[in-house]
Design a protein around this ligand. Structure first.
Ligand SMILES: Cc1cc2nc3c(=O)[nH]c(=O)nc-3n(C[C@H](O)[C@H](O)[C@H](O)COP(=O)(O)OP(=O)(O)OC[C@H]3O[C@@H](n4cnc5c(N)ncnc54)[C@H](O)[C@@H]3O)c2cc1C
Length: 279
């Protein structure tokens, strides 16, 4: 039961999305609606007055793979991502999706909805952040590509001046020697302590050529400056260097960015455990 009148507009194509964004003031995008449903607290459904349903638009439900990147339509369901199999997806993305909710929810839930959810960052956010994903965004009059780090912010760029719809997520195809995904909090549910940690490492002839460390929960970060400290090092890392790195991590992930909390302790433990794989 709805608690007020809601009009749902169903777009059948990407062009129709833009037309509806342009013509219906205050319209709000919905895909699988599982996150919208999860956030309901009352007995009656509370939805915005105008809802734009984009689930099922064929263009947004496809996955295309080239030599250089994989393009995910924003409405690809989590179930269909899993059907592609671990070897056809970045491992950390596959691992993140496997741990989300249950098969019934995953058959409706979309990748676009997972990263667009406001407030708490959900399970695929950190993997896509670490993988340097780029997003295709449609506004009422424009289409543009933007790196994920620039589109989202921790300080509430949640209310743009005009409505926007995420249409595609582009992930570069790269081989990683270490690809770790870990989540905190209760499995298969979202709670206050839910967060994701990703650690990626690339090496060549015992030299560490790339490293990515991402975290997403109540807020998200990647610290390129910290990653750059380690890139170029010869492996294995010495114990002395490890201690030095962990000391520096306290400065890079300072208490202003990441206040003392259960999640901060989890992050520092996960970071140390992952870096120890390089010793
Ligand atoms: C029982 C249960 C357990 C869950 N467990 C987990 C879990 O373990 N981990 C996890 O990550 N999530 C979990 N979820 C949350 C949710 O199912 C997923 O995050 C899902 O991927 C959200 O996708 P959706 O298509 O249903 O999004 P929707 O509910 O349709 O939308 C979510 C938000 O994103 C916006 N949005 C959606 N698509 C777009 C788009 N293309 N462009 C712009 N904005 C958009 C909507 O406006 C809305 O604000 C759970 C949900 C339930 C009900």
């Amino acid at each position: 039961m709805l608690n007020k009148t809601t009009t749902v507009y169903r777009a059948n194509s990407v062009t129709e999305i833009q037309t509806l964004l342009r013509n219906i003031s205050g319209i709000s995008v919905a895909a699988g609606c599982t996150e919208i449903a999860r956030r309901q607290t009352g007995r009656a459904l509370s939805l915005p007055t105008h809802v734009l349903s984009i689930a099922g638009i064929p263009d947004l439900c496809s996955v295309t793979k080239t030599e250089r990147y994989i393009d995910f339509g924003a409405c690809v369901t989590l179930a269909s991502l899993l059907e592609l199999g671990r070897k056809n997806l970045p491992e950390v993305l596959f691992d993140a999706v496997s741990g989300i909710a249950n098969p019934a929810v995953r058959s409706l839930a979309t990748l676009g909805g997972n990263i667009s959810a406001k407030g708490h960052r959900l399970s695929t956010f950190a993997p896509l952040l670490a993988l340097d994903a780029r997003l295709e965004i449609k506004t009422p009059t424009d289409t543009y590509w933007v790196p994920m780090t620039r589109f989202f912010s921790n300080t509430g760029k949640e209310q743009p001046g005009f409505p926007e719809c995420l249409c595609r997520i582009r992930v570069p195809v790269e081989q990683w020697d270490i690809a770790l995904y870990r989540r905190t909090g209760k499995p298969c549910l979202v709670s206050d302590t839910t967060a994701s940690f990703v650690f990626l490492v690339k090496t060549q002839k015992k030299v560490l050529t790339d490293i990515r460390i991402a975290w997403a929960g109540k807020f998200f970060f990647r610290k390129r400056e910290f990653e750059n400290l380690i890139i170029g090092r010869t492996l294995p890392l010495s114990e002395k260097y490890m201690v030095n790195l962990m000391d520096k991590s306290e400065l890079f992930f300072d208490q202003l960015l990441f206040p003392e909390s259960y999640n901060r302790a989890c992050f520092l433990n996960l970071l140390e455990d992952s870096l120890r794989l390089l010793t």
